[in-house]
Unconditional design. Structure first.
Ligand code: ZN
Length: 144
């Protein structure tokens, strides 16, 4: 599998952009609100992989609880897969427990699923299916 992105929990995407878009000079890519997940996200291109900043919407979602318990910092590591259904079955065969029994739609409409960090050495791992229509969902890559 290939590293797709690293997710970082922040209280404010605007404040964190000073580091990632400013000092580190990563190019801003997609931004999206995922009200169902109670987060807004902003991606930055970092060579072959990306940084995903995750900011909570309101104080009652899983990310808000993560921030309250652990503060800002690394939230998950995402690996790209070509067939997420097969990758989940293989994870179970390896003894890893999916948080999501079925893949669901994440940012950009890509199918994602998380593995429980209890079995993955404390790191929340996201599987994300490669997208074939990236151009269509990447209308304004330089905004923000
Ligand atoms: Zn992610």
């Amino acid at each position: 599998m290939k590293l797709d992105h690293i997710g970082i929990a922040v209280r404010s995407i605007e404040a964190a952009s000073r580091l990632y878009g400013g000092y580190l000079r990563l190019a801003a890519a997609e931004r999206e609100e995922l009200p169902g997940e109670r987060v807004r996200v902003a991606f930055f291109d970092a060579g072959g992989a990306r940084i995903e900043l995750l900011e909570p919407i309101g104080g009652d979602g899983p990310l808000a609880r993560f921030l309250a318990a652990r503060g800002e910092g690394m939230h998950h590591v995402a690996f790209g897969v070509t067939d997420i259904g097969a990758a989940l079955k293989e994870a179970v065969a390896f003894g890893y427990r999916p948080v999501d029994p079925q893949p669901r739609k994440g940012s950009g409409g890509r199918l994602i699923a998380f593995l429980s960090p209890k079995e993955t050495l404390g790191v929340l791992i996201e599987l994300i299916q490669s997208e074939r229509d990236r151009e269509a969902s990447d209308r304004d890559p330089k905004s923000g």
